[in-house]
Ligand binder design. Structure first.
Ligand code: DQA
Length: 146
């Protein structure tokens, strides 16, 4: 049976492709969705890509994932560095969680070096551009294989 993966994106990632392209590249969230769907299809995984600029909405989607999703790929954007609420929500999710950062956060400002979400993440992919989402999908495919 096909399993569903939630690919969750936090604030400002709706501007992916337009916002600071020297850091985040010129590809868009639509490109991320298409690439994740392509990788997922090879593993029998469906993808639901979601983006919000609002912390509570992301918490609500993680709650929804408890019933609906076999795994989560999450790029929490700036909430990575601030949100205990997103960490708590992920701790209430039982499946595998992969954290993605498009940029290499450890080469950037010190405030980007700490991630609350990493305390829950089963794997972290940093600095691989939007390919990081595909790598996370591939790993989920391996972990969730029957
Ligand atoms: C980001 C890194 C965060 O520090 C930043 O706030 C983002 C994007 C990344 O994908 O590289 O919005 O998560």
């Amino acid at each position: 049976m096909t399993k569903l993966i939630f690919v969750l994106n936090g604030p400002n990632l709706n501007l992916l492709g337009k916002r600071q392209p020297e850091i985040y590249g010129r590809e868009t969230l639509e490109d991320v969705e298409r690439n994740c769907a392509k990788v997922g299809a090879g593993f029998g995984l469906d993808v639901r890509l979601l983006q919000s600029n609002h912390e509570g909405q992301i918490v609500d989607w993680i709650h929804e994932a408890r019933e609906a999703a076999a795994g989560i790929v999450i790029n929490p954007g700036a909430f990575t560095h601030t949100s205990v609420a997103i960490l708590d929500a992920l701790n209430a999710f039982e499946g595998p969680v992969f954290e993605v950062h498009i940029s290499q956060v450890h080469k950037r400002e010190a405030f980007r070096h700490h991630s609350y979400v990493s305390m829950r993440s089963d794997g972290i992919i940093v600095g691989c551009g939007i390919e990081g989402y595909e790598l996370a999908m591939r790993r989920l495919g391996t972990l969730l294989a029957d």
